[in-house]
Design a protein around this ligand. Structure first.
Ligand code: UD1
Ligand code: CA
Length: 451
């Protein structure tokens, strides 16, 4: 760690027109977190580290997101989008307050790591006025090219302004830079807009620093870390890179992923020991999975806690607030929402359990529904320990089923059932001897007449 103070300015004022979306570009998600959240989480944090985000004029939602991630963030509005250097200067007030290192990052490069920010901060310590993060692009089209003389960086040329010869250069500008705080403003104030787009280009800082007799250097990283997201196709590529990272981390922690490329994880998934995840499982944010649990194929899980040795799926859906105790079994086509199922409870087939408490070792029969919504309000269903709810029962909430109670199949339960009681709610069965045979004969006669 460095003892130097820092200000990180994250640029997020672009319109993101190429995303063709009404959502601001930096709020699009990768691994269930906004692009901006990924960048802000990687930026230097802790004592001596300040953070500023530059947002567009109508992007209050971007400011709100930034504050959610880092409460101490300052936001600045760039009222006209006149280029990346102009955007940095929207945060002039924060820059003028001074910091040893001024770091600039883009809100649309979500795969950047905290280590890379740290690496960028080494050259300023040794006197470099400007440190640029570079990468070798497989296809450099659209990126600014780093023009070198030996190992000296002399200029960055934007794609639109580059000559045919310069376009052959594959070493590109990632967009992340570290300025020495002492000279940063002097350099930034000299940037003009004499280029094909008439924009104030941050990349011009390199030539200006050179002309001032200051040093500009490059630090390289791999392309995956600095993919800039301008289109939906690039968003999908970044998701792919992020998912590959998450799967690798999960497997390194001992999770068995049977077909990793088919399993989608969130950045915050917490795994116990010896967890197995079968192919085609989607795990959203806020999920924790206990030791020895098995998630069977085609399950979809969000904001849920799964106990030790529990079994979920195939085809289970756990919605926010599903809390499963140890050894709970949730089978196919069972949906659980905002409900606690105590240890050993089972709902193995075709059920909806919402706003419920289910006691330990209770068995919920196939097709059971907790009717939690009356069209206006949500109500709770409380089921005691060791109860047995027969197949195809409707439990109309608010309702309580006592411990050890037994509900006959097909019942519509609207009144509380005491402990150890048996409740059956259905009409009497009538059976007529020979009735089916007589019915068949009458119908056959009618049919034969018509032929
Ligand atoms: C930029 C770089 C390019 C680099 C590439 C890496 C410049 C001039 N170009 O190009 O050298 O290879 O990123 O991905 O710096 N923004 C504002 N206000 C503005 C303009 C942009 O806040 O007026 C923000 C955008 O929201 C975005 C970032 O700055 O987060 C980069 O802007 P973008 O238009 O995406 O630049 P690129 O053309 O990708
Ligand atoms: Ca970009």
């Amino acid at each position: 760690m460095t003892a130097r103070s820092s200000l990180t300015v994250v640029l997020a004022a672009g319109e993101g027109t190429r995303m063709r979306s009404s959502l601001p570009k930096v709020l699009h998600p990768v691994a269930n977190q906004s692009l901006l959240a990924h960048v802000l989480r990687a930026a230097p944090a802790g004592p001596g580290s300040r953070l500023a985000v530059v947002i567009g004029p109508d992007h209050q939602a971007v400011a709100d997101e930034a504050r959610k991630i880092r409460a101490d963030v300052e936001t600045f509005v760039q009222s006209e989008r006149l280029g990346t250097a102009h955007a940095v200067l929207a945060a002039r007030e924060a820059i003028a307050r001074g910091a040893d290192d001024l770091l600039v990052a883009f809100g649309d490069t979500p795969l950047i790591s905290a280590e890379t920010f740290e690496r960028l901060r080494a050259p300023p310590k040794n006197g470099a006025a400007l440190t640029v993060l570079g990468f070798r692009a497989a296809d450099p089209t659209g990126y600014g090219r780093l023009l070198m003389q030996g190992d000296r960086l002399v200029a960055i040329r934007e794609h639109a302004d580059a000559s045919a010869e310069e376009r052959k250069v594959t070493l590109c500008n990632a967009g992340v830079m570290a300025f020495d705080g002492k000279t940063a403003l002097k350099i930034l104030d000299k940037i003009g807009n004499a280029n094909s787009k008439g924009e104030y280009y941050l990349v011009d800082a390199v030539t200006i620093a050179r002309d001032m007799g200051l040093e500009a250097v490059v630090i390289e990283t791999n392309e995956d870390e600095v993919r800039g997201i301008n289109t939906k196709a690039q968003l999908a590529e970044a998701e792919g890179v992020m998912q590959a990272r998450l799967r690798k981390v999960a497997m390194e922690a001992g999770v068995t992923l049977i077909a990793p490329e088919t399993i989608f994880l969130a950045a915050d998934t917490a795994f116990g020991k010896d967890v197995t995840i079968e192919p085609f499982v989607v795990i959203g944010p806020g999920v924790s999975i206990g030791d020895g649990a098995v998630i069977h194929s085609f399950s979809h899980i969000v904001q849920s806690t799964i106990g030790k040795n529990a079994s979920v799926g195939p085809y289970a859906r756990l919605r926010p607030g599903a809390t499963l105790g140890d050894s709970v079994h949730i089978g196919n086509f069972v949906e659980i929402k905002a409900s606690v199922l105590e240890a050993g409870a089972k709902a193995n087939h075709l059920s909806y359990i919402g706003d419920a408490e289910v006691g330990a070792n209770t068995n919920i029969g196939a097709g059971t529904i907790t009717c939690n919504y009356d069209g206006f309000f949500k109500h709770k269903t409380i089921i005691g320990t060791g109860a047995f709810v027969g197949t195809n029962s409707s439990l109309v909430a608010p309702v309580k089923i006592g411990a050890g109670a037994y509900i006959g199949s097909g019942s519509v339960i609207t009144k509380d059932v005491p402990d150890d009681a048996m409740a059956v709610e259905r009409s009497q069965q009538s059976t007529r001897e020979g009735g089916a045979k007589r019915y068949r004969e009458i119908k056959m006669k009618q049919k034969n007449k018509q032929l």
